[in-house]
Each structure stands twice: as structure tokens, then as C-alpha cells.
Design a protein around this ligand. Structure first.
Ligand SMILES: Nc1ncnc2c1ncn2[C@@H]1O[C@H](COP(=O)(O)OP(=O)(O)OP(=O)(O)O)[C@@H](O)[C@H]1O
Ligand SMILES: [Zn+2]
Length: 723
């Protein structure tokens, strides 16, 4: 008799055996239907066996074989097995998380119908059209090359506009499923000549055979993307595929167009969270069949089943969006290291501000360090200014000196960027009479005042409420906003400089489809003079005309309980500062702070991130913190705080396990979110194998625990934040 071992999407860390009937055959990586706890569930075959530990009278047959052809290769299952083990997540849930939605049920979705649009020869000749919208669509296709209809819709174009151009024979649509691109060299559009450092980096990477992780540490604007592009030429021309992982908010049309323009006849696909199930399946299959050469994607694209992967690039490798913060809590960059090592191919991690983990590996020679120390288009470096806020008469957060700098910059016809990582008008409302604060009733957090919406919004559970006209506690009408948000900055600047066009970019202002793209286009066309924004404005954008960058609140990162706070602050300052002076003259970066003498701030400003990071690593070593030790968290949440605490307390053994240190139970920094209490247990080990063998034991213990089904728990391996 023969047996199969299957993984089922249930929260249990084990697999299950079923038997095959005579004449039934199935391969590893195929989906089957099984009966499990009186339900019919879809399962994935992970191994074939000639015998099983399950007694013969207990073992059940497979009810139905769904796939004749496997949907996952054995090699890919091995990768996902590693992922499940490393992140202490059930194999079944891991496999089904990696699969595109359309394949998670037992369906056989139809072969894909996602269409791509490209210009015809007539369209390429850029005719003048009467319809402005059609003209804009034509311009978009000029800039981007072939694009899928969904991408165009995401940019705000409609089906009518697309059909309109098609009727005029200016564009054509096709269903791309061919692998011909791999057979002949691809066109490469004109490109800049690499400078010495770029050329050296490229040649080291291109000459390397087999696996190696390269850390491309290049200051902002030093031309890292240009290095990626020129390294990709060899990969594409040898018929191999490549994956380019980008942070969530880095996946802008600017980035994508750059790749499409450089490789105009190379099939390039996008992967991100806004795709429909059908589109995901399409990209999944194209990567599997080898009909796309490049995928530019956010973190979950690390699970795509490439047929012939030749290189992976992680742009802005330090970015926190590569870490999934619920369910399967994986880090796409770390999985990329494992995947490339297994596939024996190179991996490029590019950034101006390497994560301390990554830098540590480079210093240890596990990764090869390549450096770009000069800006590609500007001669001198940006200049930093610290504005001491102590005793300043500030207006909506701006010191008088800061306003002077803004005026001076505007008068010279340059753009100003103001950065604050908080959207809304003010982070809380305060009653002047009794001290009442607007707080969320479900979370341990205050609610943010959104003036334009006239609402209080909790940024943690999204609950909204009306703005009270009177204090709910004392009835006073003296309620006022406290603290700063981007909406307030925009309001103030608009009143202060009534004739200056201002653009605000944050999650509130860019909610509508295509809003971000059109705002960015407007900024680059010079239509706006002051840009106010959050993180969304900070990363990856290339604004040629910004010469003054202002950061209003950098003090939060200097004094925080999170040991990564200073690292994150330094990365943010460096990235935001990197938006200034990107072409032509160097820019000015103005930081408002109450602690201008702080040694970390001084080090960062005077000696740069490179110096700061190496110093910060020493501090981590002295404090025995990651990357010199290894960390995991058991996170628990539940509506009853006593059960949550009791459960965690019970995990702490009487006799400590050798090589493991436990801390907790401690409340999470946000103790209550959406009505649930959250506590954690910190697990620290100096050796990684010790940590993982301990975690395996702990998982078994938890799964048997009588309170385990009364709370929600998860293990977070290598946590990037502890909230
Ligand atoms: N060798 C070169 N010669 C001329 N221009 C270059 C060269 N390399 C890059 N550039 C240009 O310099 C600008 C910055 O380059 P690029 O975007 O590649 O830098 P980056 O390091 O990826 O930037 P960041 O990470 O700060 O966003 C771009 O406009 C790019 O076209
Ligand atoms: Zn809330």
C-alpha cells in the first residue's frame, strides 16, 4: 500500500498521513481533498511514503485528487518547509499562505485572462488627441512601455479611455504567455556611463559565480538603481529571471517605469497587495513558466515559483515593510538569503542605511560589502542644520529660524519638503479646564483629531467618533488640539504663505486611486512649491528640485524603550535627508530638536550613517543585544488579561534552560488594541541553534496547553519591533 503525507491549513505544527487506493497516483506538490475532523479540507501533498506510523484501521483514504500536475515543485516545498520551521509556523498554513489566493481553495481557475496593453507604431508616433484623458494615457504608455490594464486602472484610467485608443489603433492588447524573450538578446535603452565605484560594484557582482550576498552600501542618490539595472542585463540576456523586492511604498510608477524604459521589450511583471486574485495567479504562472523575465514586487513576491531564477535584488533592504507582522511572520530579506543560497545565485541588498543585522554580517565577511560613496549627480554633500527648539516661540511646530529658511528657499525658486511622521491634524484633543484627553475606548492610545473630516480616529483600530462640542467629563467648551499632524502643518503653511501651492502626501490625502501618482507628477512638474508628508514622501522618490528638507520631530527616537529606536531614527533622518539636493547643487537638511548636543545626533549629522551604524553596533555588542544575540517573542492576546498573563507565566520554566534567557510576561508597549490585552515573553539566546531547539520544544508545550485555545498566541522569530 502507499501513503501520502499532507499539510493541511490548520494551526497545528504537524503533517498528516492518508492512504492511496490501488491505482491512485499523485505527486508531491499536488492538492488533494481529505476528510479531517469531519470536514472536507484541501491539503497539499508534501511526501510519498511506503509505510505509515498510523495504524491500518485508523488511516483514512484521500477523498479526491485535485491536481494531476503539481502546483508546487518539490524544490519550492523544501523552501517553504524551511520557512515554516524557521518562523515556528504550521507547515500547512505556510504553504497555503505562499500560494496565490486562487489556488488556496480546491478550484482549477481558468487560464488567465489578464491583458497587457502596448503602443502600436501609430501610437509611438505620439499623435495629438482631442481628449485630454486619452492623451494622458498615451503619455503614460510612452513612459512605462507595456502595462497591464489593471495597472492603468490603478493609475486612474478607465476602460473607456483604453477602448478609445484601441479604436484609433494607437494601442494593442495581448495575453502574454510566451517564453521567447529568453532565446534572444533583449533591447537595452541608452544608459549613463557608470562612475568608477558603480563599475567596480557591477563587475564584482557579474564576475561572481554561484551564491553570494552583496551588501551594496551606497549613500542616497549614489546610483544604486543604476547598478541593479546594469547587473540585470547579463541575467536577462542569459535567459534567466530576476526578482526585485521593493518596500511597500517604494513600488511607485517612477521605479517601475525606470526598469521598463531600460528594457523595453523584456516582460516585466508587478506583484503587490492591490492585485486581484486573477492577476496574482497570472503573475504566479508567468514566473513559473518563465514567461516573465523580471518581477518587481513587495515582500510576498519572495514566494513566487520562478522557473529559472538567476538573481534577487532587495532594494532598501533595511525597510521594515519586508517583515510580515502577523500570521506567518517572515522577513522577505532573510528568506531571500536562504533562497539564493539554495539556488546558488547572487543576492544584492542595496541601501544607504543598512540594517545593523545586515551590516554585522558584512563586517563578519558573510556578506560582501560594496560601497558607493559619492552622489551620482551632485558634487558636494548635503548640509545639516540643527535648530535648537528649547525656549522657541513656535508656530504650529515651526521655529522662527525654520520659517526663515523656508522663505529663503522659496525665494530662490526651489522646493521645500516638510516631514512629520504623523497624519491627521493633532494626535489628541485636550480639555483646557479639566485635562480630559481624547482616548480610544478599545486601545491604550489617544484618538487623532482629523479636522477636515471633523472626526476623531483611532490609528490602531480605525474606530471613528464625532468631535465633542463640549468636554465629556466637565462640559467645558474649551477643547483644543494638542501636538502636530501633517494636516495641521499644511493648514498653517497655507495660511502663512497664501500664494504658495502646497501638496500634502500621506495616507489620508492619497486614498483615492491614482491620487498619489498624480500628486507626485504635479510635484515633479514643478506645480507645487512646498511638500508636506509622512513616510510616504520619505522613501525612494527622486524630486529634482527639492533643496530644503525639514524634519520637525526627531526627538522621539532618541529616548525610547525600544532598543532599535535610534537605528530607525538614524535611517529615517538619512533617507528623508536624501530627498534634498538630488541634482545640481547640494541641499540643506534642517532638524528641529530639543537635544542638539545628543551624541548620537551629533555623530549622525557630522559623520553620517556609516559611522553612526558602526558605533551603534558596538553598543549592541556591549549590551548583548541583536545581532550579537538572537531574539524571539511569544506574543499573546486575549480579552481576559488574567488568562493572558497566566498563560505566559506558565511558559516560564522553573529551571532555566541552558543558553536561554527569558524575560516576562511583560505588557506589549501598546497594552490594549481593539479591546484585546497583549502581553509578551522575550526569549534571548546567544546561539541561534539553541534558540531554535528551545522554540521547537516550547511550541509542543504550548500546543498541549489547556489555556491555548482561550487566547491567541504566536511566536515572532527575529522580531523587528516589540509592540
Ligand atoms: N553613472 C551615472 N551617471 C549619470 N547619472 C547617473 C549615474 N548613475 C545614476 N545616475 C542618476 O543619478 C540619479 C540617482 O541615481 P539612482 O536613483 O540610481 O540612485 P539610488 O542610489 O538608487 O538612489 P536612492 O536610493 O537615494 O533613491 C538618477 O537620476 C540616475 O539616473
Ligand atoms: Zn482604537
Amino acid at each position: 500500500m502507499s501513503f501520502v503525507e499532507v499539510a493541511i491549513k490548520v494551526p497545528l505544527p504537524r503533517t498528516f498521513d492518508y492512504k492511496l487506493d490501488d491505482g491512485q497516483s499523485v505527486s508531491v506538490g499536488s492538492r488533494v481533498e481529505v476528510s479531517f475532523a469531519n470536514r472536507r479540507l484541501v491539503a497539499m501533498v508534501v511526501a510519498l511514503k511506503s509505510d505509515s506510523q498510523v495504524p491500518e484501521n485508523k488511516i483514512k483514504p484521500i477523498t479526491h485528487i485535485i491536481d494531476n500536475e503539481p502546483v508546487l515543485s518539490a524544490q519550492h516545498i523544501a523552501f517553504l518547509r524551511f520557512t515554516a520551521q524557521y518562523y515556528c509556523h504550521p507547515l500547512g498554513e505556510t504553504l497555503f499562505t505562499a500560494l496565490p489566493g486562487a489556488l488556496r481553495s480546491g478550484e482549477h481557475p481558468d487560464k488567465t485572462t489578464v491583458a497587457t496593453v502596448t503602443l502600436t507604431d501609430a501610437g509611438l508616433n505620439a499623435p495629438k488627441l482631442r481628449s485630454k484623458k486619452q492623451q494622458a494615457l498615451l503619455a503614460q504608455l510612452h513612459a512605462s512601455g507595456a502595462s497591464s490594464i489593471t495597472e492603468l486602472k490603478a493609475l486612474g484610467f478607465t476602460k473607456q479611455q483604453i477602448d478609445g485608443l484601441q479604436e484609433k489603433a494607437l494601442i494593442k492588447q495581448y495575453l502574454a504567455h510566451d517564453t521567447q524573450w529568453a532565446l534572444s538578446p533583449r533591447a537595452i535603452s541608452s544608459k549613463p556611463r557608470l562612475n568608477e565605484e558603480q563599475a567596480a560594484a557591477c563587475s564584482v557582482i557579474n564576475q561572481h559565480q554561484g551564491y553570494q550576498t552583496f551588501l551594496l552600501e551606497g549613500i542616497t542618490g549614489s546610483g544604486k538603481t543604476e547598478v541593479y539595472l546594469q547587473c540585470l542585463e547579463d541575467i536577462i540576456n542569459s535567459g534567466q529571471q530576476a526578482l526585485i523586492l521593493v518596500p511597500e511604498i517604494g513600488l511607485t510608477p517612477q521605479t517601475v517605469n525606470r526598469f521598463r524604459r531600460r528594457f523595453p521589450d523584456t516582460p516585466i511583471d508587478l506583484w503587490h497587495s492591490n492585485l486581484t486574485d486573477n492577476e496574482r495567479l497570472h503573475v504566479w504562472r508567468r514566473s513559473e513558466q518563465g514567461s516573465c523575465a523580471l518581477v518587481i514586487g513587495t515582500r510576498s513576491s519572495i514566494f513566487l515559483p520562478f522557473k529559472n531564477l538567476g538573481m534577487v535584488i532587495v532594494d532598501e533592504e533595511h525597510d521594515s515593510s519586508f517583515k510580515q507582522q502577523d500570521g506567518l511572520r517572515y522577513h522577505a530579506r532573510d528568506l531571500a538569503v536562504y533562497r539564493c543560497a539554495r539556488a546558488n545565485i547572487p543576492l544584492i541588498l542595496g541601501t544607504a542605511t543598512p540594517a545593523l543585522e545586515t551590516l554585522h554580517k558584512a563586517i563578519d565577511k558573510k556578506f560582501q560589502l560594496l560601497t558607493l560613496s559619492k552622489r551620482a549627480q551632485t558634487k558636494a554633500d548635503n548640509q545639516f542644520l540643527l535648530v535648537d527648539m528649547k525656549g522657541q516661540a513656535e508656530q504650529s511646530g515651526f521655529a522662527p529660524a525654520t520659517l526663515k529658511h523656508i522663505e529663503h528657499t522659496l525665494a530662490r525658486g526651489k522646493q521645500v519638503m516638510v516631514f512629520l511622521n504623523r497624519r491627521g491634524y493633532a494626535p489628541t484633543l485636550l480639555c483646557h479646564e479639566c485635562g480630559w484627553l481624547s482616548e480610544c475606548s478599545h486601545c491604550s492610545a489617544s484618538t487623532t483629531f482629523h479636522k477636515a473630516m471633523a472626526r476623531l480616529v483611532c490609528h490602531h483600530c480605525a474606530q471613528q467618533s464625532y468631535v465633542p462640542a463640549q468636554c465629556p467629563d466637565c462640559g467645558s467648551t474649551q477643547i483644543m488640539p494638542v501636538g502636530l499632524g501633517t494636516e495641521q502643518l499644511e493648514d498653517f503653511l497655507q495660511q502663512h504663505y497664501p500664494d504658495t501651492p502646497i501638496s500634502r502626501i500621506d495616507r489620508d490625502s492619497t486614498r483615492k486611486k491614482g491620487a498619489l501618482e498624480s500628486a507626485l507628477a504635479d510635484i515633479n512638474a514643478g506645480g507645487k512649491r512646498i511638500l508636506v508628508g509622512t513616510q510616504m514622501l520619505a522613501k525612494g522618490h527622486h524630486f529634482a528640485d527639492v533643496s530644503l528638507v525639514i524634519m520637525l520631530d526627531v526627538d522621539g527616537g532618541l529616548y525610547s524603550s525600544d532598543f532599535r529606536a535610534t537605528e530607525h531614527m538614524a535611517q529615517l533622518i538619512t533617507q528623508v535627508a536624501g530627498r534634498a539636493g538630488r541634482s545640481g547643487e547640494p541641499g540643506t537638511v534642517l532638524l528641529q530638536t530639543h537635544f542638539p548636543e545628543h551624541p548620537l545626533l551629533q555623530d549622525l549629522v557630522n559623520n553620517g550613517y556609516q559611522d553612526f551604524a558602526r558605533y551603534a553596533l558596538q553598543e549592541r555588542q556591549e549590551a548583548a543585544l541583536p545581532p550579537y544575540t538572537h531574539l524571539a517573542l511569544v506574543r499573546v492576546e486575549g480579552t481576559n488579561s488574567k488568562i493572558v498573563i497566566d498563560f505566559l507565566a506558565d511558559l516560564v520554566p522553573v529551571n532555566p534552560y541552558s543558553g536561554i534567557q527569558l524575560l516576562g510576561p511583560v505588557p506589549a508597549p501598546m497594552e490594549r488594541v481593539a479591546g484585546k490585552y497583549r502581553y509578551q515573553l522575550h526569549i534571548q539566546a546567544s546561539e541561534r541553534p539553541t534558540l531554535h531547539s528551545y522554540l521547537a520544544q516550547l511550541m509542543n508545550y504550548i500546543n498541549e496547553h489547556k489555556l491555548a485555545n482561550r487566547i491567541r498566541w504566536s511566536i515572532d522569530v527575529d522580531p523587528t519591533d516589540t509592540y
